[in-house]
Design a protein around this ligand. Structure first.
Ligand code: DP6
Length: 323
């Protein structure tokens, strides 16, 4: 039996994905845009073995929970269907960053799994098909398949919703300084959260402006226009969190230290620094800046009470097979 290994980077969304138009197919309510995070990565090995009675899954050398096993087996069923096989698989996966750290760990997990499993099953999917497949495991994984800065288009059709790179990693040396304020797993995960989005009366307003924000964000990236990007990223983050906080039941992800960092970053920007923030479904704060400012900013972030540590990542490449 051959073992196939793939690596993939998580990504941070500048224009967020929150809510689906089809939960089963993970067709998002709106298009989103993100940057892959170099240095942070998930490495996944897959081996189909006819002697196995069930799929087996080891995450960071530990046996996975039943929920994790089920989610991965359901995903492998899609791969088996595509490859017309029934064989079970042995999967081992390791990430070099904490999974509860508010970094979309499911993005790199399912991008790496989609590539390793489809290759191990004898398929040779092009980038669009691979991104569509990864999307079925976790929406944000669709954006971790292509390289650099990636747009994931919404659609009513399964065949039309996949990630496309709009610029390679070397296009713009941005750095994401991730201020970790909690390493606990979140109580309500994204999959449940997406289902609640429509219960907020604010979601319709958020979605109405989403195409314009996506277009503007694409332009600011192509033009390397940090100051427009800064305002836009924060606005899009606040809109998503406003929906979360006003859904039923409400979701509150910010902690006092998150707010202290957000306040500090806004102050630094008023003082003339090129810096802005965004938060996913968790309390940790992604502080973005041009590479030249990163040393200085990470040191400042480390000095804020409540910050446990700061991870740092520039723009990353695509999901890929390794020997
Ligand atoms: C807040 O991709 O983690 O990070 O499809 O259920 O796995 P599932 O959700 P997921 O949602 C990500 C939500 C977000 C925003 C974003 O990354 O766009």
């Amino acid at each position: 039996m051959t073992i196939t290994t793939a690596v993939s980077h998580p990504n941070i969304a500048f224009i967020k994905y929150w809510g689906n138009r089809n939960d089963e197919l993970r067709l998002p309510a709106s298009s989103s845009l993100s940057m892959n995070l170099a240095g942070l990565q998930t490495r996944t090995a897959v081996e189909f073995d006819s002697s196995l009675r069930n799929d087996t899954l080891l995450i960071n050398r530990d046996t996975a929970s039943q929920d994790q096993q089920r989610r991965v087996s359901d995903f492998l069923d899609l791969v088996r269907q595509l490859a017309s096989i029934k064989t079970k698989a042995r999967i081992t996966t390791e990430s070099n960053f904490p999974s509860g750290a508010g970094i979309a760990s499911s993005s790199s997990a399912f991008a790496a799994l989609a590539l390793a499993a489809s290759t191990a099953a004898g398929l040779s999917l092009d980038e669009q098909s691979l991104s569509r497949l990864a999307r079925r495991g976790s929406g944000s994984a669709a954006r971790s398949v292509p390289s650099g800065f990636v747009v994931w288009q919404t659609s009513d059709k399964d065949g039309d919703s996949f990630g496309v790179s709009i610029a390679p990693p070397e296009h713009w040396a941005l750095v994401d300084c991730i201020a970790i304020v909690s390493e606990r797993e979140k109580a309500i995960g994204s999959t449940e959260g997406h289902k609640l989005a429509a219960t907020s009366t604010l979601q319709a307003a958020r979605l109405a402006g989403a195409p314009h924000r996506l277009e503007l964000c694409t332009k600011t990236i192509l033009d390397r226009d940090f100051s427009t990007l800064a305002d836009l990223i924060e606005l899009d983050c606040h809109l998503m969190h406003a929906v979360m906080m006003t859904s039923h039941p409400p979701l509150h992800y910010w902690m006092p230290a998150s707010l202290a960092i957000m306040e500090a970053v806004r102050g630094w920007r008023r003082d003339g620094l090129s810096v802005c923030y965004t938060l996913d479904a968790g309390p940790n704060v992604h502080v973005l800046c041009p590479a030249g400012e990163a040393d200085h900013l990470c040191a400042r972030l480390e000095g804020i009470p409540g910050v446990i540590r700061v991870l740092r990542a520039g723009p990353g490449g695509p999901a890929r097979i390794i020997d």
